[in-house]
Design a protein around this ligand. Structure first.
Ligand code: ADP
Ligand code: MG
Length: 354
């Protein structure tokens, strides 16, 4: 099916963005409680380096609380395997020992990582870790940018071909190391949703620091998610209506090494430098793992190639902010503003069932 080409929207916002720097895309959940509605039961706990709020709708608060426990347990289990910040995680052990027998979470995330490596023509590459390690070390120890020679040396270590998966055994060759930061949060959000559903919850929402997956409905209404206006916290750039969808953002405004933000945590594997065409990439997709991997991919690809990729994928939309403060959106984004879009059944272009 041919889709309309991407075009800029929100002319008023555009003007505002030109005037405001830095631009911060903060995503908020708007709650409206309908009459005769099932009550919302909510919990917030720290996880994945951020704060995770889970909201569920169920008549029985006891059932709701049990489901919340099951969801946080699922998050903890997956994080224990996938976190680069824990020395005992499977991913840290793989980087150290060069081989590991992977559990189901690591196996699934590596399958999705390979899928997005191929779909993005190598822009999404979990083997960029050596470059990030060099940036972190040089900025922390010497408070300076890496030299071209230091950058080139780090880039030599990058390469997806150094990662081999045979059954449940994973191997790394050369100087390669992997970092799952580009998709692990999304994957873990999906695990939390799966745990809630297994616990009998049909409607809810998982929010991990603005990366969100909504499922079911808010008492018959779509879940409404707002992109906050950073200049006026009571105002929104856009309100997006979601039913069974995920929304995630990749940006350079949170984790950068230098004041100019030339060196930040999203690396273009083709150059070994931080990707600089965009300052933020927000993606909507059916599952959080797809949205998360695609927001990192599109951030690296930039507005033209990034939107071209999004337009190829059914059920995926994007809102991008360029370095020049221009907003670019994919052709179907408008439909979310009214909540009329639904996830298509089975999408072979997205990563396999996880
Ligand atoms: P965050 O929510 O932490 O901002 P993003 O989804 O924006 O996460 O992904 C950024 C993380 O992805 C980085 O911290 C790093 O771990 C990893 N990463 C950086 N560059 C790439 C890349 N080109 N491909 C895949 N992962 C990457
Ligand atoms: Mg990501």
């Amino acid at each position: 099916m041919m889709r309309r080409p991407a075009r800029p929207v929100f002319p008023g916002i555009l003007r505002w963005l030109y005037l405001t720097a830095p631009v911060v895309v903060v995503i908020l959940v708007l709650f409206t409680e309908a009459r005769d509605s099932r009550p919302a039961t909510r919990a917030t706990r720290p996880a994945m380096g951020t704060s995770v709020t889970i909201t569920v709708l169920h008549r029985s608060e006891r059932r709701a609380r049990m489901a919340l426990e099951a969801a946080y347990d699922a998050i903890e289990r997956a994080e224990a395997a996938l976190s680069a910040w824990r020395d005992s995680s499977e991913v840290s052990r793989l980087n150290r020992d060069r081989t590991i027998v992977a559990g189901s979470d690591l196996q699934r995330v590596l399958t999705a990582a390979r899928h997005y490596y191929e779909l993005s023509s190598g822009a999404f590459d979990i083997t960029v870790k050596p470059v990030l390690d060099v940036y972190r070390a040089i900025f922390a120890d010497e408070d300076r940018a890496p030299t071209p020679a230091e950058r080139d040396a780090a880039r030599q270590a990058v390469g997806f071909e150094h990662l081999t998966v045979t059954g449940n055994e994973v191997f790394l060759s050369g100087e390669a190391a992997i970092d799952l930061g580009g998709l692990a949060k999304g994957y873990i959000i999906d695990r939390a949703v799966a745990a809630l559903r297994r616990s009998g919850i049909h409607d809810g929402l998982v929010n991990a620091g603005g990366d969100i997956r909504a499922f079911g409905s808010n008492n018959g209404e779509p879940w409404r998610i707002a992109l906050q206006n950073p200049r006026d916290r009571t105002d929104y750039l856009a309100v997006i209506a979601l039913t069974d969808y995920a929304i995630t953002t990749s940006g350079d405004y949170e984790r950068y090494f230098d004041p100019e933000r030339e060196y930040h945590h999203i690396i273009d594997p083709r150059t070994g430098r931080s990707a600089t065409a965009l300052i933020s990439a927000t993606i909507i997709a059916g599952r959080a793992v797809d949205a998360d991997a695609l927001s990192t991919s599109v951030f690296v690809l930039g507005p033209e190639e990034g939107l071209a990729l999004v337009e190829r994928l059914a059920g995926v939309e994007a809102l991008l902010i360029t370095r020049g403060r221009e907003i670019r959106v994919s052709s179907g984004l408008d439909d979310y503003l009214t909540g009329s879009l639904r996830v298509p059944d089975g999408n072979p272009e997205l990563s396999p069932e996880l």
